[in-house]
Design a protein around this ligand. Structure first.
Ligand code: F6R
Length: 255
């Protein structure tokens, strides 16, 4: 696991965008796994900027999002479909047919989840998966528990996640209680993973994920078992790491 320290959120976003851009330049038909939430907003802004400056071409890139709230229509401003559309998709030259998100409404959830897994497999698997991390150590919406799901599934959101995500809704009561999320196996099968964390409210989850025991109680700790993970943290998110002593920004730490 390679851990890079950024001075602040802006630098974190630039470093993340450079890494994603390099992956697309190396493989123009990259299969890119995407996250939502506050953390990757700066990354999307940087990628849009690089596209507008003629530095990046998304015409062959294929995307798969991690998750979607269950019950929301794609045009609901709180849905992840809407988030991706407004923050990224409509600003770059991704082809519509290359964009995939779990549907928010599905008659047959089991079949829908299986179809999502099949689509990832048919695309050749995910080359690079971008992840944020929940304050409780979740990735995607794989919440801490005694056991974790391997594949795309319907999950009950943890009370802590509902509280944390209420900032994106009119009230906490409006936050959906369930989501469809890629599973831990779907994520771990990605050939490369980029985990981003910013802010002091992520410091506990980051330390538990990177330096704590591998446990389903901290889903992100399973990333310790993945052969190719890059983590980019700002100073605040790195505060509880023991291994960071005397390290300068941009200096890689290896775990
Ligand atoms: C969203 C996702 C979640 C978020 C996490 C952190 O697609 O997969 O795991 O990455 O909840 O959210 P923010 O970035 O809003 O703190």
């Amino acid at each position: 696991m390679e851990v890079l320290l950024a001075r602040d959120y802006h630098q974190l976003s630039q470093m993340a965008a450079r890494l994603v851009a390099a992956a697309i330049k190396e493989k123009p038909a990259l299969t890119l796994g995407l996250a939502t939430g506050a953390t990757p907003l700066g990354l999307y802004r940087e990628l849009v900027r690089l596209y507008q400056e003629g530095e990046l071409d998304f015409s062959q890139v294929v995307t798969f999002n991690l998750d979607e709230y269950y019950g929301l229509f794609p045009d609901d401003p709180c849905s992840y479909h809407y988030y991706m559309e407004t923050n990224f998709f409509q600003h770059v030259n991704l082809r519509r047919e290359n964009i995939h998100l779990p549907p928010g409404r599905a008659e047959d959830v089991t079949a829908t989840c299986a179809a999502y897994e099949a689509a990832i497999a048919a695309a050749g698997g995910i080359d690079l998966q971008v992840l944020g991390i929940g304050r409780n150590g979740h990735i995607g919406f794989n919440e801490p528990g005694a056991a974790l799901n391997a594949t795309t599934h319907l999950i009950d959101l943890a009370p802590e996640t509902i509280r944390a995500n209420a900032r994106f809704f009119a009230s906490i009561n409006a936050v959906p209680r369930q989501a469809i999320s890629m599973g831990m196996g779907s994520i771990m099968k990605a050939r490369r993973i980029l985990l981003l964390a910013s802010g002091r409210d992520k410091a506990w989850a980051v330390a538990a994920a990177l330096e704590g025991p591998v446990t389903t109680r901290v889903p992100a700790s399973l990333l310790q078992l993945h052969p190719r993970v890059t983590v980019i943290l700002d100073r605040a998110a790195s505060r509880q790491l023991q291994g960071k002593a005397n390290r300068d920004e941009g200096w890689p730490m290896c775990y």
